[in-house]
Design a protein around this ligand. Structure first.
Ligand code: NAI
Ligand code: SOE
Length: 389
C-alpha cells in the first residue's frame, strides 16, 4: 500500500496556497504516487492566521509555534513557505529533528546562511529540496533533455531574463521583499536566483559575473508586517516612508565553468512584463528559446533541419515529453503554475520514497546563493567577481 507522509507547512501566504494545492493534487496526476502527502499542520505567526490557513488549505491542525511542530514525532516532512529570514532557522531545527525538508527559494539570504543549512541537512541525512519550480515546467525539462542528447551541440551562449512590473509603482508598500534583513537582496535573490537556477540546470555552474544593480525607488510607504500582496497591495501614499535597502534590478554578464558565456537580467520594475522568464540558448548545432508566458511551447532550431525549412519551430509539451506520463493527455492542453508545483511535489516524494536526493537540493541552492553573493558584490564594486565555490 502507498505510504502516507505527514506534512507540516510553515507559512500560509502565496506559497502556502501553491504548496497546499500541490499536496492535494499530486496523487491525482502521478498515480500510483510514490507516497501520499497528508496535510497535517499549518503554521503561521498568529493563531488566527494559522486557523484561517488551516480551513482554507485543508490541514488537520493549525499552530503559531513552528518550533514545537517541527520536532513532533508524527511529522515526516517540513515545508518552509515563510519569508527568507526564517528559512535557515526552521530548516536547521527540522534537520536536527530528522525531518525531510522542502524550502522555498531563495534558500537563504546569502551563501553563509545557505552553507549552514546544507551542513545541517547533510549531517542529519534527510532528503532536502529547494523550490525552484520553473525548471519543472515540462518545456524547460525538454530543453534540458535536448541539451543532454547533444541536439544543439556545445553550448556557446545563455541569455536569461526574469522581468516583472509589480514593484514599478513607487507607492507600493515596503513589504518584506524590500528589506535586506528579511529578504537578503531584491530582484537578485527574489527572481534573479530563478534564472541562475535555470542557467545551472541547462548549462552548468556559473564561474564569474559582472553586474549593475540599481535601486530606482529608494523609499516606500511603511507596511505594518503581513503578507506581501505584490501588485495587489493596498496603496497608502500618505504613510510614513522608509528606505529600500535592496536592488530593484540586476543586469549581468556571466561566464560558465564550461566556457560558455551569457547574460542575466531581472527586474520587478519593468512595466508591461508580468512573469517574463525567458532563455535563449545558442549551441554549435542549434538553438533553443523559451518564454514562460507561453510555457506549453519550446522553440527550437536544429542545424540538421533541411535547408528549405530552417528557422525556429514550436514543439508543444505533452505526453511524449518529461512529466508527460502524469500531466495532461494532449499537448497544449495547458500547463500552469500549479503544474510546476505538482511536479515539484512528485519529485520530492519520489526522492523520499527512494532515498535519492532530488535536484535542486540544498547543495544546488547553496551554489545559487554564491552566485547571488557575487552579483551583489559586483554591483557594489563594478568589477568582475569570481563565484567563491
Ligand atoms: P507571503 O508574504 O505571501 O506569505 C508568507 C507567510 O509566512 C505569511 O502568511 C506570514 O505571516 C508567514 N510567516 C512569516 N514569518 C513566519 C514565521 N516565523 N512562522 C510562521 N509563519 C511565518 O510570502 P510568499 O510570497 O508566500 O513567499 C514565501 C517564500 O516563498 C519566500 O521565500 C519567497 O521567496 C518564496 N516564493 C517562491 C515562489 C516560487 O515561484 N517558487 C513564488 C513566491 C514566493
Ligand atoms: C515576486 O517577484 C514573486 O512572487 C517571486 O517571489 C517568485 O519567486 C516568483 O516565482 C513570482 O514572483
Amino acid at each position: 500500500m502507498t505510504k502516507t507522509l505527514n506534512v507540516a507547512m510553515i507559512g500560509g501566504g502565496f506559497m502556502g496556497k501553491a504548496h497546499a494545492m500541490a499536496y492535494a493534487s499530486m496523487p491525482m496526476f502521478f498515480w500510483p504516487a510514490p507516497a501520499i502527502p497528508h496535510r497535517k499542520v499549518v503554521v503561521d505567526v498568529t493563531d488566527e492566521l494559522a486557523e484561517d490557513a488551516r480551513q482554507r488549505f485543508g490541514f488537520d491542525e493549525a499552530s503559531s509555534d513552528w518550533r514545537a511542530v517541527v520536532t513532533r514525532d508524527d511529522i515526516d516532512v517540513v515545508d518552509i513557505c515563510t519569508p527568507n529570514n526564517v528559512h535557515a532557522e526552521i530548516a536547521i531545527a527540522a534537520a536536527k529533528a530528522g525531518k525531510h525538508i522542502i524550502c522555498e527559494k531563495p534558500l537563504a539570504r546569502g551563501g553563509e546562511e545557505a552553507r549552514e543549512m546544507l551542513d545541517a541537512v547533510e549531517k542529519a541525512g534527510v532528503i532536502h529540496m529547494v523550490a525552484f519550480n520553473y525548471r519543472r515546467t515540462p518545456a524547460v525539462a525538454l530543453a534540458r533533455k535536448y541539451i543532454e542528447e547533444g541536439r544543439i551541440g556545445k553550448i556557446l551562449n545563455f541569455r536569461g531574463t526574469y522581468l516583472q512590473d509589480w514593484s514599478a509603482d513607487p507607492d507600493g508598500p515596503l513589504s518584506w521583499r524590500f528589506q535586506k534583513k528579511i529578504a537578503g537582496s531584491g530582484a537578485i535573490g527574489d527572481i534573479g536566483t530563478h534564472v541562475v537556477d535555470l542557467a545551472h540546470y541547462l548549462v552548468g555552474p556559473i564561474s564569474a559575473v559582472t553586474a549593475m544593480t540599481p535601486t530606482y525607488v529608494t523609499t516606500r510607504p511603511v507596511q505594518a508586517g503581513g503578507q506581501d500582496k505584490l501588485g495587489a497591495s493596498e496603496k497608502n501614499a500618505d504613510a510614513e516612508r522608509a528606505t529600500v535597502d535592496v536592488d530593484d534590478e540586476v543586469v549581468s554578464l556571466l561566464k560558465f565553468e564550461n566556457g560558455a558565456i551569457g547574460s542575466l537580467e531581472a527586474t520587478r520594475n519593468g512595466y508591461g512584463r508580468n512573469n517574463f522568464i525567458t532563455f535563449e540558448i545558442h549551441g554549435t548545432e542549434g538553438s533553443i528559446l523559451f518564454n514562460y508566458e507561453r510555457r506549453d511551447e519550446l522553440r527550437v532550431m536544429f542545424n540538421s533541419d533541411p535547408a528549405d525549412a530552417r528557422g525556429f519551430r514550436t514543439v508543444y509539451s505533452g505526453p511524449a515529453h518529461p512529466y508527460g506520463e502524469g500531466l495532461w493527455p494532449i499537448p497544449a492542453l495547458g500547463i500552469g503554475y500549479s503544474e510546476t508545483k505538482i511536479v515539484e511535489c512528485y519529485d520530492l516524494f519520489k526522492a523520499i520514497a527512494t532515498g535519492v536526493q532530488p535536484s535542486p537540493n540544498f547543495a544546488d541552492g547553496y551554489l545559487t546563493e554564491l552566485v547571488a553573493d557575487a552579483l551583489i558584490e559586483s554591483g557594489e564594486t563594478q568589477q568582475w567577481v569570481k563565484v567563491k565555490t
